[in-house]
Ligand binder design. Structure first.
Ligand code: MG
Length: 381
């Protein structure tokens, strides 16, 4: 394994050279701007809600499944370890990782799809854009401004995807801002690129674990998957007779490590080859945080496997169908009876977006409770 941290350090993000916040603030005596962003995120309301939001399995289906919060912590852990090995900025990576899913609706992707359909005639709903709305507008923490007033670099990392139309709209409000790269087709900071990969590594591994825990995936099915089978065979080589939960964890542990070391090696080589002199040059150099081609192929196969055997499993699909109904029901009810919204949402002139913001902020169980209250005639009577 490499490394040449001095060559890599030059293109790491530096809080002392941040492009700054939308509203200027007095520097903190002991913390740099990226640490401050991380702290603002951890203390936000949206962050605490992540604990009761679905990752894949609905939050109430079992206490040990990943939620958005534990997923975000795992992403932050993986991203920090890789950042340290590559000499990238760990505080920035942690801030982006902890904030990357703040805009998710209740009930995971089913909730987002349903809300997107409801909002089709009003600009749609997209969780990445919503994460940015949460930190820019929806959090109410400061006397004179909306949102958390985070640094450009953290906001850039949060806006992971963006359609051309949305990018133009954001660019009009914030010229040269976080959406500019989708128009210029450049990359975000290396730290932001790293968080995207760490997200993928985290959910691929933990969805195997949760899938087996739920009984929807079996070790026999996983043996068909080359990446898993390889690490399971190695685990059994070293620990003959290992089985059940310990065999699963030992295989996942090896699979995670292999991907982390692969990313470190492949990315270090790419960064050294491109040799960007600073963080902005790195943004123009194409993707530099990456898997080796062999690991990329294995990771894609793992993703396809999870789609086929877990995310499209009839039992998962049945619960997500119910979740869609709850979100659609909430949307219709609040549009018809805006007085049922919380006061600050009811007062907004952009009614549809206000309803979407309100629903998106809900935890799974709050959404279910509200839906029951709105639709159960006995409770309403
Ligand atoms: Mg994620």
């Amino acid at each position: 394994m490499i490394h040449n941290p001095t060559a890599l350090l030059r293109c790491a993000s530096d809080p002392a050279r941040s492009r700054g916040r939308r509203f200027a603030v007095t520097p903190a005596p002991t913390r740099n701007d990226f640490q401050r962003d991380r702290d603002r995120i951890v203390h936000s309301t949206a962050f605490r809600r992540l604990v009761y939001k679905t990752q894949v399995f609905l939050n109430h289906e079992g206490d040990l499944f990943r939620t958005r919060l534990t997923h975000s912590l795992e992403v932050a852990q993986l991203a920090r370890d890789i950042a340290r090995a590559l000499g990238l900025n760990e505080d920035l990576v942690e801030a982006i990782a902890l904030a990357h899913d703040l805009g998710h609706t209740p009930f995971g992707h089913a909730g987002q799809d349903a809300l997107h359909d409801c909002m089709a005639a009003h600009g749609g709903f997209e969780h990445n854009l919503q994460s940015l709305r949460v930190v820019d507008q929806l959090e109410e923490r400061y006397p004179h401004l909306d949102g958390l007033n985070l640094s450009f670099e953290t906001r850039e990392g949060i806006l992971k995807h963006c359609s051309a139309a949305h990018a133009r709209a954001i660019e009009a409000r914030e010229p040269g801002g976080v959406a500019r790269r989708f128009i210029d087709r450049t990359q975000p900071s290396l730290e932001a690129q790293l968080c995207n990969l760490a997200d993928e590594i985290a959910y691929n591994a933990h969805d195997i674990d949760d899938g087996v825990r739920s009984g929807l995936l079996t070790l026999e099915q996983l043996a068909e998957l080359p990446l898993f089978a390889h690490h399971q065979a190695q685990a059994l080589d070293e620990h003959p007779g290992l089985q059940g939960r310990r065999l699963l964890y030992e295989s996942i542990r090896r699979l995670l490590s292999a991907q982390v070391y692969d990313v470190i090696d492949a990315s270090a080589a790419a960064i050294v080859a491109a040799a960007p002199p600073d963080a902005d040059a790195a943004r123009r150099a194409g993707p530099l945080l990456l898997f080796s081609p062999a690991m990329q192929a294995q990771s894609s196969a793992l993703k396809r496997f999870l789609f086929q055997h877990l995310y499209r499993h009839p039992q998962v699909v049945a619960t997500t169908d119910q979740a869609r109904e709850v979100v659609r029901g909430l949307y219709a009810a609040y549009l018809e009876r805006p007085a049922e919204l919380r006061a600050e949402f009811a007062q907004r002139p952009d009614r549809e977006r206000a309803v979407a913001d309100y629903i998106a902020g809900m935890t799974d169980r709050y959404a279910l409770d509200e839906w029951q209250k709105l639709y159960d005639p006995y409770i309403r009577a």
